[in-house]
Design a protein around this ligand. Structure first.
Ligand SMILES: [Ca+2]
Ligand SMILES: [Ca+2]
Ligand SMILES: [Ca+2]
Length: 426
């Protein structure tokens, strides 16, 4: 009886999803001890890429077009836990302003909103509607002990404003070319990994990931912009291609890599596809290992309480979902919201940060609000080593400023790094 229910549910998911959501092949989860993958008859179904993850044995099934009946049969195999589509995932859409921006701190209203921040593509804001970074920096500017993984389109790790704050895998940095020096399963992964192209070079050919990285941790030096954290280690994990799209399976591998390599926080400015059990399990496994998952609420102007947006809406405690606000402290017009499912708001309109090839640009999106929160949480973890991620999420949410303009849109309000560090609570 259980199997019938399962396959019905599966068919339903596929039926509704296929109409609106793209996917590439399938993710298969095997039950413990299954040796199906070794069996010849099973291999004839299609091309299986075996994946042994910390939370189970999986395979990515590609080069095959399965009928609903074939999928049901597969799902009903007693050695298979579930089969689901390998969704296509994209960077949250952003306004890619081509206007060259002068790299000046005075334009970074999200850090310190004077109400007069200038710089071309910016309408006057309201003083104080920011994450209160300058006051927070009197307490801490971060620490090189904190690793924040940017899971995105990669990072321009040669960017003069980022290169001092990059995570490196020292065993590989000082190791032998062509050899997996630290035995983590990946050869020459010095700055992170590229799961879009399956190589060890997570350089950013898009700019979205580099922009997020700069919001978190651009150096406080004499050039360009400042990150929320002056000191941090940024891990570059790429699963979104240079055109900005990727697959669920790449997201899963990225989260597993970040967790394994000791990231405290993963910053996730992407979304798309329908629900994936395997992706949820990856986020849960990261949480169980002590890694926080900060997620963009999405840019569809939609209510996530009514219609879930993934990965932001998975029911995993470690997820912090971030909406975007503008320089006046109002919800950015594009931002998703949710009285229960969106946890906090942060600056996300007209955000100046680093982009590829050593440049700077303004972008807008919940994609930009997300790294603000990753950085703010990084300050807390740096200042209070040993704080649990559950406590950190509570501190973040309970110390927000409860703008009336945001009160219908989130479980709390606008992030305030200083109040959070001072343990001020609502
Ligand atoms: Ca390695
Ligand atoms: Ca090596
Ligand atoms: Ca700088």
């Amino acid at each position: 009886m259980k199997k019938v229910i399962l396959s019905c549910a599966l068919a339903l998911t596929f039926g509704t999803a296929a109409a609106s959501q793209d996917f590439n092949g399938y993710i298969v989860k095997f039950k413990k001890g299954s040796n199906l993958l070794e069996q010849k008859s099973f291999k004839s179904i299609g091309n299986f890429e075996k994946l042994s993850l910390s939370f189970g044995d999986f395979a990515k099934l590609t080069n095959v077009n399965l009928s609903n009946k074939a999928i049901s049969e597969l799902a009903n195999n007693p050695e298979i836990e579930y089969v689901e589509p390998n969704w296509i995932i994209k960077v949250d859409p952003v306004d890619n302003s081509e206007v060259a921006a002068d790299p000046k701190y005075s334009q970074q209203w999200g850090l310190i909103n004077t109400g007069k921040n200038s710089g071309g593509w910016f309408s006057p804001g309201k003083a104080g509607e920011d994450v209160n970074a300058e006051k927070a920096w009197e307490i801490t500017k971060g620490s090189k002990d904190i690793i924040v993984a940017v899971i995105d389109t990669g990072i321009d790790y040669r960017h003069p404003d980022l290169k001092e704050n990059l995570w490196t895998n020292d065993a590989e940095l000082n190791g032998i070319e062509g050899v997996d020096d630290d035995g983590n399963g990946y050869v020459d992964d010095i700055y992170g990994y590229d799961f879009a192209n399956n190589d060890a070079d997570p350089v950013d050919g898009h700019s979205h990931g580099t922009h997020c990285a700069g919001v978190i941790g651009a150096s406080h030096n004499s050039i360009g912009v400042k990150g929320v954290m002056a000191n941090v280690k940024l891990m570059g994990i790429k699963f979104l291609s240079d055109s900005g799209s990727g697959e669920t399976i790449g997201a899963i591998k990225s989260i597993e890599y970040a967790t394994k390599m000791g990231a405290h926080i993963t910053s996730n400015s992407w979304g798309g596809g329908a629900k994936s059990e395997a992706l949820k399990e990856a986020i849960q496994a990261a949480y169980d290992a002590g890694t926080m998952f900060v997620a963009a609420a999405g840019n569809s102007r939609a209510d996530n309480d009514a219609k879930p947006s993934y990965p932001a809406s998975y029911a995993v405690d470690g997820i912090v979902t971030v909406g975007a606000m503008d320089g006046k402290g109002n919800r950015s017009s594009f931002s998703n919201y949710g009285k229960t499912s969106v946890h906090v708001f942060a600056p996300g309109s007209n955000i100046l940060s680093t982009v590829k090839n050593g440049s700077y640009k303004k972008m807008s999106g919940t994609s930009m609000a997300t790294p603000f929160v990753s950085g703010v949480l990084g300050l807390l973890l740096a200042n209070e080593p040993g704080i649990t991620i559950k406590e950190a999420k509570e501190r973040l949410m309970e110390s927000t400023v409860l703008n009336s303009s945001l009160s219908n849109y989130a479980a709390s309000g606008r992030v305030d790094a200083y109040r959070m560090l001072m343990n001020e609570r609502n």
